[in-house]
Design a protein around this ligand. Structure first.
Ligand code: HEM
Length: 493
C-alpha cells in the first residue's frame, strides 16, 4: 500500500496502465492538457513504470534542483545503452562518480571564462555559413547542421572542416542521425527496455532484428567515439595539435600513461568529447530553425532588429560578440526564440532514486520525471499571450532578481539541477552570433511560388524529443549590395 496518495493523473487501465494516453509525437501537447486539468504535477504509469510530469517552475525547482541528490539519475536503457554501446554518453550515464567526473570536464571546457576563448572561432564560422545559406536557402537545415557540426569539431577536437566531404564530419553526421532517428527515436524506449530478458534471445531468432541492428550500430558508434579522439592524440605526438577540449585535457598529465587513473581520464575525455558533439546538433538546428520561422512570420521584428544593428554595427562589418551589450532588441529576439521555440519541450527524463513524498503525494522510486518545459513556457500568467512571438516582453526589466530568474526561459530550456545542459554558455554565444549575423546581412521572408504569390510556411512538428519544425519554405536574400560584399569578403573565410 503506498504511504500517501499518488499525484493526480489520467485513469490507468489494469496492467497496461496509461499506455493509451501517450502519443509518439508532440506528447507535450497532451502533457500540457494534463497540466491544466491536474495542476502542478501529473502521474501516470505504463506497465507499472511511473511517469511524472512537473508542470510549474516551483515543482521543477523543488524536486529537480533542491532534491537533486535524489532526482538526477537516468533511466537505464538496454537498447541504446547496453546493446548499442551508448551507455557512457553523458546524457545516459547514471548519477554517480562517472557523471560527476564527466560534468567536471565539461565545466572546464564550457564554463563562461572558457567560452570567451572560442569567440574568434565562432566569428570565423559565421561568414561561410551565410554564404552557404545564400547559395541554397532551401537547405537551411543542412547549413545549420554543418555550422554546428563544424564548430563542435573545432572546439572539441581542434579539427577544421574544409568541405562537406570531410571524413569526420560525415562520420559524425551519420552517427548523430543514427542516434536520433534510429537508436533513440520515439524517446529511445524499445520493447527490450520494458522486458529486459528479451536481450538474451539469440540473434538468429525471429523478432531479434533489434539485436542484429544493435551490433552494427554499436560498431559505428564506437568508431565515432574513437576516431576523432585518436586523431588528436596523433596530432599531439607530432606537435601539430590545435588547442581544443581534448588536447587541453589530455595534455594536463602526459607522463604516466599506464596507470589506472590515466586510463580512466582517457576514457572520460573520449566519451565526454563525443557526447558534446552528439548533444549540440539537433538542439542548435531547432533553435535556429525557430528563429528563421519567426522572421518569416514577423517582418516587423526583422525590420526593427535591422535598424538596431545598422545603428550599432553599421554596414561595413559583421556583428561580433563584443556588440552584444549594445543590442537589447536583438537580445530580446534571442530570448523569445528560446521561449517560443521550446527546443526540448519535456526535457530529458530524470530517474528518481528513492521513494519520495511531494506535498503529501507519493512518488515511487524508479519513476521517470519529466520537467514539463512546454507547459511552463506556454503559461499565460508567466507570459501573457504565450503563443505569440513577442520579443518586447523581455525588454522591460523584471521587478527583482527572483522574478527575473522565474521569467527567463533559460531557467527551463536547458533542463534542471545536476543534469542541466553543460552547453548552455556555448549556445548563448554561438547561436546568438549566428542569429545577429543573419539579421545584419539578410532579408528573410515568405517564399514566392511560380505565380509570384507569397506562400505561408507550412509548420509541422513530427519529432518526439526535440521540437524541430520540419523544413519549411522561405526566402533568403542579401539585404543590400553592401551586405553581400560583407558576406563575400575573403579575409575571414
Ligand atoms: C540550444 C541548444 C541546446 C539546448 C536547448 C539544450 C538543451 C538541453 C537539455 C534540455 C538537456 C537535458 C537536461 C536535463 O536532463 O535536465 C541537455 C543536456 C545536455 N546537453 Fe544540451 N542543449 C543545447 C545545446 C548543447 C550543446 C551545444 C552542447 C555541447 C557542447 C550540449 C551538451 C549537452 C550534454 C552533454 C547534455 C547531457 C547532460 C547530462 O545528462 O548530465 N547541449 N541539453
Amino acid at each position: 500500500k503506498p504511504p500517501a496518495p499518488y499525484p493526480p493523473g489520467p485513469k490507468p487501465v489494469p496492467l497496461l496502465g496509461n499506455v493509451r494516453d501517450l502519443t509518439a509525437k508532440e506528447l507535450w501537447l497532451v502533457a500540457a492538457r494534463w497540466a491544466k486539468e491536474y495542476g502542478r504535477i501529473t502521474y501516470l504509469h505504463v506497465f507499472g513504470q511511473g511517469l511524472v510530469f512537473l508542470n510549474t517552475p516551483e515543482a521543477t525547482f523543488e524536486l529537480l534542483e533542491k532534491r537533486g541528490a535524489l532526482y538526477s539519475d537516468k533511466p537505464k536503457l538496454v537498447m541504446a545503452g547496453e546493446l548499442c554501446g551508448c551507455e557512457n554518453m553523458v546524457a545516459f550515464t547514471p548519477y554517480g562518480d562517472t557523471s560527476r567526473r564527466q560534468r567536471k570536464l565539461m565545466q572546464t571546457a564550457l564554463g563562461p571564462s572558457s567560452i570567451k576563448t572560442y569567440h574568434p572561432l565562432l566569428e570565423l564560422e559565421s561568414r561561410p555559413f551565410l554564404r552557404r545559406l545564400l547559395a541554397a536557402p532551401g537547405e537551411y537545415q543542412e547549413h545549420i547542421r554543418r555550422y554546428a557540426g563544424g564548430l563542435t569539431l573545432l572546439v572539441v577536437y581542434g579539427h577544421q572542416v574544409k568541405s562537406n566531404d570531410d571524413a569526420f564530419l560525415k562520420l559524425a553526421e551519420e552517427c548523430v542521425s543514427l542516434l536520433s532517428n534510429r537508436i533513440a527515436s520515439g524517446g529511445g524506449i524499445w520493447p527490450v527496455d520494458i522486458f529486459p530478458s528479451l536481450k538474451h534471445i539469440p540473434t538468429w531468432f525471429p523478432g531479434a532484428g533489434f539485436k542484429r541492428n544493435a551490433m552494427v550500430w554499436k560498431k559505428k558508434m564506437e568508431e565515432f567515439v574513437d576516431k576523432p579522439f585518436e586523431f588528436v592524440l596523433e596530432e599531439m605526438k607530432r606537435g601539430t595539435a590545435r588547442a581544443s577540449f581534448v588536447s587541453m585535457l589530455m595534455d594536463s598529465d602526459p607522463k604516466s600513461k599506464d596507470t589506472a587513473a590515466d586510463a580512466q581520464h582517457d576514457f572520460d575525455v573520449r566519451w565526454t568529447a563525443n557526447s558534446m558533439y552528439s548533444a549540440s546538433i539537433d538542439t542548435t538546428i531547432t533553435v535556429i530553425s525557430h528563429f528563421i520561422l519567426a522572421m518569416v512570420q514577423h517582418p516587423d521584428v526583422l525590420e526593427r532588429a535591422q535598424a538596431e544593428l545598422d545603428a550599432v554595427v553599421g554596414p561595413n562589418r559583421l556583428p561580433t560578440c563584443d556588440d552584444r551589450e549594445a543590442l537589447p532588441y536583438c537580445n530580446a529576439i534571442f530570448t523569445e526564440c528560446l521561449r517560443w521555440g521550446v527546443p526540448v519541450p519535456l526535457n530529458l527524463p530524470h530517474r528518481l532514486m528513492e521513494d519520495d513524498i511531494y506535498e503529501g503525494m507519493y512518488i515511487p522510486k524508479g519513476s521517470l520525471v519529466f520537467g514539463n518545459i512546454w507547459a511552463i513556457l506556454r503559461d499565460e500568467k508567466l507570459y501573457p499571450d504565450p503563443d505569440a512571438f513577442r520579443p518586447e516582453r523581455f525588454l522591460d526589466a523584471a521587478v527583482d532578481e527572483i522574478a527575473e530568474r522565474r521569467r527567463d526561459p533559460r531557467t527551463y530550456v536547458f533542463g534542471f539541477g545536476r543534469r542541466r545542459c553543460p552547453g548552455a554558455n556555448l549556445v548563448e554565444s554561438s547561436a546568438w552570433l549566428l542569429m545577429v549575423s543573419m539579421l545584419a546581412t539578410l532579408d528573410i521572408g515568405r517564399a514566392v511560388d511560380e505565380k509570384g504569390n507569397e506562400v505561408d510556411p507550412e509548420v509541422v512538428f513530427d519529432n518526439s524529443v526535440f521540437r524541430t519544425p520540419n523544413r519549411f519554405k522561405c526566402s533568403v536574400r542579401p539585404r543590400s549590395e553592401q551586405a553581400l560584399k560583407v558576406v563575400m569578403q575573403e579575409d575571414s573565410a
